[in-house]
Each structure stands twice: as structure tokens, then as C-alpha cells.
Design a protein around this ligand. Structure first.
Ligand SMILES: [Zn+2]
Length: 418
């Protein structure tokens, strides 16, 4: 075994595709976390709740005297910030022992940096301290973005297809996680050292892609990730919120989505929404950016709608069958077949997904303001009203219907009957 650096992290392999993370500090015994599969560990890591911890860091940024705009900063202010900062990792000791371990080492490094006594140094040291504290949050944001791009809507896919999806969106990460890198190492027993928790997650992804026994899917109801127990199609996880399982609530919510509508009419409505959204996007885009959009002028939209309405009337009157109805409204060839109406319109990437794809560090807390007001000038009136949007409203708009069932129904909350 190669010489181990201290402090360090490494992965050991066990039976049944399970692995275990070992933490080894400068002093004291090594700590072995429980044996789990990489899929289980990734799902759990994406879900750690940092809300309270994050608020404490924010409080330091906003309220600590070191960050107040002023000419001079005293050493005691940095010392005071450091004392407060050193207390925060203990909030993670239970829920995230790995980050607790990593933060201990990193904070130690920051505090040992050479002090030149200048105000700039003190301020920078303060920022560095808080940036280190933010590391677990930033690691989780990256992991969640990778998972969204790789596992969302991929429940029926193969491991190879999931990996290809990841490669299409974040090629550099896929290069690191390429399961082919483990070729020839099957029989070798790791320990595999990793430098950071982020690197550990990527190694887990690599080992995950290598196996077929477990797959990671996204629950339609709560939008969390889970590992389906059988090979059968799985839409919902087993989590229980407010005493009701996602399986039960998800099925209930889906039924309310309009069971009376027949599938062809549902597709008609989806197509119409899509064409309309395309028209708005095309209209709003600056001239030089229109090249990358699907063209849809208001005139083209009108033409499409007139034609589609006529087809709909004939379908409703029983003059044409569902198959012909779909063929006539699908002038842009979005549907994969007209044989069966039991199909969903393949999802078009939402604006949200586009943002995640171009920015691995995409963090909704940063990218959307907590609230937002605009003067509603959409209708001619002498007394325009202010419209108020919350962060959730803005996110909902960008997600464009691609959301958990729970979020889709948050707006019109009625008790869900069993
Ligand atoms: Zn769920």
C-alpha cells in the first residue's frame, strides 16, 4: 500500500458492490463510515439538509463587523470571526460526518496562513474562512446538477445511456467518471485515495456506472432521487411526507391531472402550449439570437392553430380517428408515432435545465432573487398594478411544468383524498 498522507480520505471495497469511506486525521484512530453502495451514498449525499447551516454562514457575511464597509480592520475582528466560524462545522457532525472532517482540516490550513497584518489580508482571510465553510454546500450543488442532468427522465435508460447523457452535458466530468477507467482493476482491492469530497462523489459515480444492479431514478412526486427495488418501471419513491407515501400521493395527484381528457386531447393541448411558448420565445429574442431558436412567427402560430382547431373539431365530432387527428396537428413532427395515443410528448428542455447544463455550479438560491416586483403593463390601463413574484414563482416559470407533482399542485392546495 502506498504511503498515506495525513489527513486523508479513501474508499475501500467490500462485498456485493458496497464501498466504505475511511477518514484518517492527523491524530486518533481511522473512522470507517458504514458500507453502502455508491448509488445509495450518492442519493443520500444529494439530500443532506444544509438549510440551517447555510443560514448561519449567511448571517456571518451580513452581520459580522469584519465585513462592514470601513477603512480599518482590527486583528481581533478576524479572531472573533474565526472563533465563530470554527463552531459551525459541529452543526454537520451528525448529518454529514465527511464534511465535518474535511472542514476541520481546511479551516486549520486557512488559520495557519501567514499574516502580513494589513487590512486587505484580514478581509481576505475572513472571506476565505467563509468560502471554506461553504464548500459542502457547493459540492452538493454540483452533485445535484450532475444528477439532474444524468438521472432526470432516464428511469428506463441503460447505464450506458445515462453515462452518455452526462457526457453530452458535462464532458469533463464524464471523462473523470468514465467507468472504462476501471478496466482491468476489477480484482484489485481498493483503497482508492481521494483529495476532496467532490472527487469522492465522482469516483462513486464511476463505480456506479460500472454496475447494472442498481439504478438511480427521480421520483415524479417529490423530485428526490431513489433506487427502484425491481426492474419494473418506477415512478415514485418510498418516502413518506405528512403521513402519506409518494406512491400513494403521486398516484392521486396524477389522477387529478385530468383523467377525463383522452390522451389525444392532452397531446393537442401540450402541442399548442409548446407552439405558443416557441412563438413568444422567438418574438422576444434579439434578432441576432434567433438563429438558435426554432422559428415561429405569430403568423405561423396562427396558421398552426387554425389548422389544429379544425382538426380538433372533426375529431370531437367523430369524423376522424385519433391517429389522423394527431397526424394533422403535428405539423412539426414532434411525436414519435401516431399508432397509439398512449404516449407523452417527449419533454422539451426547460429554461431551467438549459441553465443547469451550462453551469455546473448553478445554485437557485443565488441565481434567483428572493422576491421580484414588476409593473404589469401587459394590459392597457390608467392604473397599472405592481406584480409580486417570489423566488418559487420565478423558478416555476423557468421550469415550465417540468416539476415534481408536489410543486405542480402547491399553487392550488386542496386536501388530497385517499
Ligand atoms: Zn418521492
Amino acid at each position: 500500500m502506498a504511503d498515506k498522507k495525513f489527513p486523508s480520505l479513501w474508499i475501500e471495497t467490500g462485498d456485493d458492490g458496497k464501498t466504505c469511506v475511511v477518514m484518517s486525521g492527523t491524530y486518533g484512530p481511522e473512522t470507517h463510515l458504514p458500507f453502502v453502495t455508491p448509488a445509495e451514498d450518492l442519493v443520500a449525499a444529494a439530500e443532506i439538509d444544509y438549510t440551517a447551516y447555510r443560514l448561519e454562514i449567511q448571517r456571518l457575511y451580513e452581520e459580522h463587523p469584519l465585513f462592514e464597509p470601513k477603512l480599518d480592520i482590527s486583528v481581533s475582528e478576524l479572531e472573533d470571526l474565526a472563533a465563530e466560524a470554527l463552531l459551525l462545522p459541529s452543526m454537520l457532525q451528525e448529518i454529514d460526518p465527511l464534511s465535518f472532517f474535511e472542514l476541520g482540516n481546511l479551516l486549520d490550513q486557512v488559520l495557519r496562513m501567514q499574516d502580513d497584518g494589513s487590512a486587505t489580508f484580514l478581509l481576505q482571510a475572513g472571506h476565505r474562512l467563509l468560502q471554506v465553510l461553504e464548500l459542502p454546500i457547493r459540492t452538493q450543488i454540483r452533485l445535484r446538477n450532475i444528477m439532474e442532468m444524468t438521472f432526470d427522465g432516464m428511469e428506463r435508460a441503460t447505464q450506458q445511456e445515462r453515462f452518455e447523457k452526462l457526457r453530452g452535458v458535462y464532458p469533463k466530468i464524464a471523462e473523470f467518471c468514465d467507468p472504462a477507467r476501471l478496466d482491468g482493476y476489477e480484482s484489485v482491492i481498493l483503497p482508492l485515495p481521494v483529495d476532496t469530497i467532490y472527487q469522492l462523489r465522482l469516483v462513486e459515480l464511476m463505480i456506479y456506472f460500472r454496475q447494472e444492479k442498481q439504478r438511480i431514478a427521480r421520483c415524479d412526486c417529490c423530485w428526490n432521487y431513489f433506487i427502484p427495488k425491481t426492474k419494473a418501471r418506477a415512478l415514485y419513491c418510498d418516502r413518506i411526507f405528512d403521513g402519506q407515501s409518494c406512491k400513494k400521493r403521486g398516484a392521486n395527484l396524477k389522477r387529478r391531472k385530468g383523467p377525463e381528457q383522452d390522451d389525444a386531447l392532452k397531446l393537442f393541448k401540450q402541442l399548442r402550449d409548446r407552439m405558443y411558448a416557441r412563438m413568444l420565445r422567438y418574438q422576444d429574442a434579439p434578432e441576432n439570437q434567433r438563429d438558435c431558436l426554432i422559428p415561429m412567427t405569430p403568423m405561423q402560430y396562427d396558421e398552426w392553430e387554425t389548422n389544429a382547431r379544425q382538426a380538433r373539431r372533426e375529431y370531437m365530432a367523430g369524423k376522424i380517428k385519433a391517429e389522423e387527428f394527431l397526424r394533422r396537428i403535428d405539423t412539426t413532427h414532434e411525436l414519435t408515432s401516431y399508432e397509439t395515443v398512449k404516449q407523452e410528448l417527449p419533454p422539451e428542455e426547460s429554461f431551467w435545465q438549459k441553465r443547469v447544463a451550462v453551469d455546473l455550479d448553478f445554485d437557485p438560491e443565488w441565481k434567483y432573487p428572493a422576491s421580484f416586483m414588476v409593473l404589469d403593463l401587459s394590459k392597457p390601463t390608467d392604473n397599472p398594478q405592481w406584480q409580486y413574484f417570489t423566488r418559487e414563482d420565478l423558478i416555476q416559470k423557468d421550469q415550465d411544468g417540468h416539476q415534481s407533482l408536489l410543486d405542480q399542485y402547491k399553487k392550488n392546495q386542496e386536501p388530497v383524498s385517499d
